[in-house]
Design a protein around this ligand. Structure first.
Ligand SMILES: Cc1cc2nc3c(=O)[nH]c(=O)nc-3n(C[C@H](O)[C@H](O)[C@H](O)COP(=O)(O)OP(=O)(O)OC[C@H]3O[C@@H](n4cnc5c(N)ncnc54)[C@H](O)[C@@H]3O)c2cc1C
Length: 289
């Protein structure tokens, strides 16, 4: 197996064009598991660890956060928890401290497991993925990035340079069901993001369909029915119906981690819960304004 060790971004793109079969490795927390279990024996690995752009973040002229693809979860939590609270919540649930010190969003996107924890937040918040090759750069809406179980939209010569995310425009929540509190793959997960000024909501369902997806009907229902101008206590019937719409948007299967029926039930509960948390935060901010 060849080990490619580009010194900078331009060299990485050239190498990926020359050797499209080379598997990029960043934190290695997915790649090394596959190698150790002998699931894949790639002809070449390409180490991304010497490329500073992938390990830094900045603010774009339009205010969006440009998150380098391989900024580790620990830094997302510590440095961006205030502006990207939903992503930081999801990051906190990934693996263990060791995994969070190495792994990042680019690796989660590269692996494209339906159970990856960042995906529901990325789709709920309209994140955009930047894919680059020697041919140029293109931007892909997160919701269009996932193409099937462990398949994504990247061409063989492309690398992910960054993810673009708007700073939270309202309360955000992420909820994950697992068989224990840490070091666990999601049985299913759910993200909810309010835009308090636009009075819209975004949703993201994880591990309950071949790809992460939004619950569009549930979003439209909330945007229309929440009493934004007179935020009284949450109507339990409204929360219940929202949970039903979230659950109905999923296409779960029975597998080793849970049954389809359990996943549908759990999504309903997570939909209700995240809504009540976001709504309480919205009410508190409304009262303080
Ligand atoms: C013990 C353990 C626990 C885990 N727990 C969780 C969990 O709770 N939740 C969760 O979501 N995941 C979990 N994971 C999986 C893994 O940690 C995450 O998917 C992590 O985000 C991967 O990031 P990485 O940098 O380590 O990726 P790598 O392993 O380096 O790469 C993963 C994939 O992405 C590709 N890739 C990486 N960077 C780029 C790039 N810039 N451009 C193009 N392709 C790229 C690689 O080629 C590979 O296909 C766990 C893994 C382990 C070993």
């Amino acid at each position: 197996m060849d080990f490619l060790h580009p010194a900078d971004w331009a060299e990485a793109l050239e190498l990926k064009a020359e050797r499209p079969e080379a598997v990029p490795i960043a934190g290695g927390t997915d790649v090394m598991v596959e190698l150790n279990f002998d699931l894949h024996r790639p002809a070449a690995l390409m180490d991304l660890n010497r490329i500073p752009e992938l390990y830094s973040w900045s603010v774009e002229p339009d205010g969006r956060i440009r998150l380098g693809a391989n900024v580790p979860y620990t830094r997302i939590i510590e440095e961006l928890g205030d502006v990207l609270p939903g992503l930081a919540m999801a990051a906190r649930t990934v693996g263990s401290p060791q995994i969070r010190n190495r792994g990042g969003v680019g690796g989660n996107l590269g692996a494209a497991s339906p159970a990856g924890d960042t995906h529901p937040v990325l789709v709920a918040t309209d994140a955009v993925i930047e894919a680059v090759s020697v041919r140029g750069a293109r931007r892909i809406a997160a919701v269009d990035f996932y193409k099937g179980v462990k398949r994504n939209d990247l061409a063989a010569d492309e690398l992910i340079s960054a993810v673009l995310l708007r700073p939270a425009a309202g309360p955000q929540q992420f909820s994950k069901i697992g068989t224990r509190n840490a070091m666990v793959i999601a049985v299913c997960s759910f993200a909810l993001a309010f835009d308090s000024a636009a009075r819209t909501v975004g949703t993201g369902i994880g591990s309950a369909a071949p790809t992460p997806r939004r619950a569009r009907e549930a979003e439209a229902f909330l945007a229309e029915e929440l009493p934004w101008d007179d935020p009284a206590e949450l109507d339990p019937q409204l929360a219940d119906y929202f949970g039903d719409l979230v659950s109905a948007a999923a296409s779960p299967i029975d597998d080793v981690r849970g049954t389809a029926a359990y996943r549908r039930h759990a999504l309903k509960v997570m939909g209700r819960r995240t809504l009540s948390w976001c709504w309480n935060d919205y009410r508190a901010a409304f009262a303080a304004a």
